[in-house]
Design a protein around this ligand. Sequence first.
Ligand code: GLV
Length: 334
Amino acid sequence: MSDRKKVYVTRELPEDAMKLLKSKFDVEVWQEEMPPPKSLLKEKVREVNGLICLLTERIDREVINAAGPQFRGISQVAVGFDNIDVEAATEKGIYVTNTPGVLTETTADYAFALLMAVARRIAEADKYVKSGKWKVPWGLMMLLGQDVWGKTIGIIGMGRIGSAVARRAKGMNMKILYYDVVRNEKAEKELGAEYVDLETLLKESDFVTIHVPLLPSTRHLINEERLKLMKKTACLINTSRGPVVDEKALYKALKEGWIWAAGLDVWEKEPTDPDNPLLKLGNVTASPHIASGSIATRTRMAVMAVENMTAILEGKVPPNLVNKEVLKVRPSSS
Ligand code: GLV
């Protein structure tokens, strides 16, 4: 019998990451596209030493409590980790890691692309041409959008990704407002970003873009009352987590013209229901949670997750440990 440590992986990873992982551990991979059932996760954590998972897996207290004493860590292939009960993991001495940094620029590229697409109605234009609706050679009033250049962007959450979006906005000569629970003096100094309260941000921005994690305090942060503060010409962009926006309220806002349009990469439930009324609106540009989805970045994320897992199973403090308090429960051996 091999004395190599065992890792369960909840989806096939890019080749470079898989090679690296297999060079160090005994690896078993869930082969389907849909997430594995909870019963299987419980069974696996009872047996293996580590779990590499995606944000689609709900790693709740029940799964964590099923872990055997040999189980040391959960390495998530994503920066967000609201799907994991970190508190329960910490109590049990289980390390939790994520993949920050490597996806910052790619996610900011996408957020800005979505902002531009919404402003200039690119998804609608694409459908218009492909469905044969384009009859007039050039329409003075055809598919008119909003300017981006020189407008005001309101960034909710000025962390790594928010700051990267701000850099792009600066290149577009935009006025940058931001709101966060902590001030970001670097963004203020280097990008001229102005710290305002959320109400001011919503009232004054032409584009509102969200870059906060999902926490009890950010769930439905954008609700009916706050959408009512926004300009009628404003666009809302969400590439963070779906539940940060109250979709029912957003539907009303878009349908009744409180705001002009929205670009949504994330949804309250994923995949969103094909009957979600938001999908019937022309002023919604929709995508399936792909903001970090470049070929290079997804590989970098997976390799980083493997490196985190390697450190955990070698008894080291992993580079991207989310629950530092776990070191008090189970100190690293190095
Ligand atoms: C993607 O949404 C991530 O959190 O990495």
